[in-house]
Ligand binder design. Structure first.
Ligand SMILES: NC(=O)c1ccc[n+]([C@@H]2O[C@H](COP(=O)([O-])OP(=O)(O)OC[C@H]3O[C@@H](n4cnc5c(N)ncnc54)[C@H](O)[C@@H]3O)[C@@H](O)[C@H]2O)c1
Ligand SMILES: [Fe+2]
Length: 467
């Protein structure tokens, strides 16, 4: 006799005597079949996502393997980019000792601007073009790694700085081919620049940040050694931790790849494709690790264990946003950093005002998540749960607020500024902040909820202060 078992996902035709246990198991498994329903296929939407896994090595002490790795990458004469502060550290000595042991020739470049600019990218590119190098090594935070990426690009394919910059700010010409090998050795953990094909810089005469995003810019190898983080000021740890958190949650709540219009040809599928099952896994884990470790890492005196965990979270979130993409908090952050007035935070060089990247992101996040939660409340709740919040009995219409409140609680405990007012803005700046965010279409388009100019103004207003 034929029995037909129906549930939401499957019709099972049972053609003989099956035990109830077997049938139950089939039904149970059937509930797990198929992708998360966030990825339901749409008529014109893309049906495919790609996984571009960065090449990474993670572990305490791996900086001492730099020389061997450089050799294996075919580098004989390296342009060695180093953060000027990190250059004084034992970590850098270990790196150069390892290069010497492997007989790798290198020339040091330390004129890195913290939060790089078009000026510092141009200067670094000139150094790279003149040096006849066959490879690049960067030791420092996002500012140093991004500078090395740009220098590698312009040394390999010389062009005007704005040729490869994202439209509408630049011409968005695709990078013509692969670059020279680049080994990136992060000494911070938030940007995960070692995992991405992105280089960010400030356009000085436009008061805005933008970037170059192309898979060719992804370093050949990321050498992640958490031992290099122990000298980080606690404010930089906090800023990096929130950068990781926002990368992960923005990628997890990004518009799903199935809702992006399918590309006309395979080569047009963007690097940042929207949320997808692969980035989901990395991002949820990253959120959880940040929630468990950020407070201790910021408020404890030598938090090596926590830094090791946060470093792993940064790497995972990097893998996530490198394949999915960030949306509103990051899109808004470029205006927040670019229009800075007099803010000079503790823990960073005081030679010029700046809103460091992680801070410029997180001051927007609670307000932005309130806005986006309408589009995918369950994902916002899951993110809050990964951060340690009890989400049982929370209705979907409170998802954004619950997540935002959790973030605000962590911001308070780690000494972050209280929203945009905390970094020197007032309601009078909302128009300028909005205008400077609109060109970051690349990120705004990944928002799970469509956004217009008036929405942006409202979010900036809501982000002015939180407590
Ligand atoms: N490429 C990407 O995918 C990507 C993603 C996000 C952000 N970014 C960019 O990265 C930049 C921010 O990078 P970041 O947050 O890693 O920091 P950073 O490179 O700007 O450095 C921050 C500060 O920490 C110091 N520092 C770095 N390592 C240290 C260490 N081990 N001990 C003591 N001090 C140390 C630096 O000297 C500096 O003062 C921004 O320009 C941002 O826009 C890039
Ligand atoms: Fe970031």
């Amino acid at each position: 006799m034929n029995n037909v078992l129906k549930n939401k996902n499957v019709d099972l035709k049972i053609t003989s005597k099956h035990s109830q246990k077997y049938i139950d198991a089939l039904l149970r498994n059937s509930r797990n079949m198929g992708l998360d329903k966030y990825f339901t296929h749409t008529a014109n939407g893309d049906k495919a996502f790609t996984i571009e896994a960065p090449n990474l090595k993670f572990g305490l002490g791996v900086i001492s393997e730099l020389g061997e790795d450089a050799k294996a990458s075919g580098i004989t004469k390296a342009a060695l980019f180093v953060d000027p502060y990190v250059e004084q550290m034992d970590h850098f000595l270990k790196a150069t000792a390892s290069l010497k042991t492997a007989h790798i020739d290198f020339e040091v470049y330390n004129e890195i601007e913290i939060e790089p600019t078009d000026r510092s990218f141009r200067n670094a590119s000139r150094f790279a073009q003149d040096g006849n190098f066959d490879g690049f090594i960067s030791i420092g935070g996002g500012s140093t790694m991004d500078t090395a990426k740009a220098a590698n690009l312009f040394a390999t394919y010389p062009a005007d700085l704005f040729a490869y910059v994202n439209a509408p700010v630049g011409e968005a010409i695709p990078v013509p081919g692969s670059l020279m090998p680049h080994i990136a050795c992060p000494t911070t953990f938030g940007t995960a620049s070692e995992t991405t094909g992105i280089a960010i810089f400030d356009i000085l005469n436009q008061d805005m940040k933008t970037g170059i995003a192309h898979r060719a810019l992804r370093p050949t190898l990321g050498l992640i050694d958490p031992q290099g983080l122990t000298t980080l000021p606690s404010a930089v740890i906090a800023s990096n931790g929130f950068d990781v958190f926002s990368h992960a949650i923005e990628s997890y709540t990004a518009k799903p790849f199935t809702q992006r219009i399918a590309p006309k040809s395979a080569s047009q599928r963007p690097l940042l494709q929207g949320a997808n099952p692969y980035s989901d896994m990395a991002c949820l884990e990253a959120i959880k690790i940040v929630g468990e470790n950020i407070e201790k890492a910021v408020n404890q005196s030598s938090p090596l264990e926590e830094l090791e965990a946060l470093s792993l979270a940064g790497m995972l979130a990097g893998i996530g946003f490198g394949n999915a993409g960030c949306h509103l908090p990051h899109a808004m952050s470029y205006a927040v950093a670019g229009l800075v007035k007099n803010y000079k935070p503790e823990g960073w060089p005081k030679d010029h005002p700046m809103v460091p990247h992680g801070i410029s992101v997180i001051v927007n996040s609670p307000a932005a998540f309130s806005f986006t939660s309408v589009a995918c409340p369950q994902r916002h709740l899951k993110a809050a749960e990964a951060l340690g919040e009890d989400i049982r009995n929370i209705p979907e219409n409170r998802a954004g607020q619950v997540l935002g409140d959790k973030v605000i609680k962590l911001m308070k405990k780690t000494g972050l500024p209280n929203g945009l007012m905390g970094v020197g803005y007032s309601e009078e700046d909302i128009d300028a902040l909005t205008e400077n965010t609109l060109p970051t279409r690349r990120l705004l388009d990944i928002s799970p909820r469509p956004i217009d100019k008036e929405d942006l103004k409202t979010i900036f207003r809501d982000a002015m202060s939180y407590w």
